[in-house]
Design a protein around this ligand. Sequence first.
Ligand SMILES: [Zn+2]
Length: 291
Amino acid sequence: MAARKGVDSRTGMWELYVGSETSKRQAAHSAKVYSTAVKQFHASVPDSVSAAVKMNSGPEAGAFLSHDGQTVPMSDEHLRATLRHRQGDELPADGTGICNHKRANKAICGKLHGRDGGEHALNCKIGGVVEKRHNDVRDALRDWLGTVNVSCMTEQEMPKWHTAEEKARLDVVYTDARLGEVCVDVSLVNAVTEGGAKRCLKALERREKSKHVRYPGAGLFAFVLDVRGRWGREAHAFVQSVVGTMDPLKRADAIKDCRRRVSRALHLATAEQLMSAAASPPVMGDVRYGR
Ligand SMILES: [Zn+2]
């Protein structure tokens, strides 16, 4: 770092430098270089890879990698499976290529899914793992709302949206002084990446719209997220609506905390899905072949 005229070189040089116009200009140039590099990367890879990277991206998708110093850290095994899935590994949790998700009677799913990058494991409904993933994300939202002094209830029946075929049960419900009764419906999508990133984002949008068709009128936030971590627009809007009246100095931390909690819950659950599907089925005996 070159000494600048008028700056006392004995103390606080780095602090002055960080806050200087030179440094800000540097940051602006770096942002342009980064943005160009990202565009070049997406143009150089197949549409499906570009789409997968975009669904894995954004401050919300990778928030599980930040740690608050209090929560028990994600285990090495869960982190490994999560990262391998995010990197597009064909077999993110090793295993035999046969789904080992268990029914209540202990019978396994048994689907031969091969090296499908975790596709079957994340869609397989055997063993309640898909439901658990949804509930874990819902509970992460509920817990976060508690930290920002919003008292909510989960799994509430809403008679105004009951139909002849189905009762309406909303994931998170609370009363807000400005907005009235607020309902949040958590929904996960495993968007197909073959059609490119735009189609993936459309899939999130379509799910949001379908929720408003099912629950018409005001008072609903469709909190839609892709299994890789990307949120739909309404999920972001919901969080902004919660922090809107907070002290501006506390807003950024609250948003960051929400993203971290939701991302951690999602990625722990998806890692569980991948790992439990990949576990080897138990063998009946200790088989050995002697010479
Ligand atoms: Zn299965």
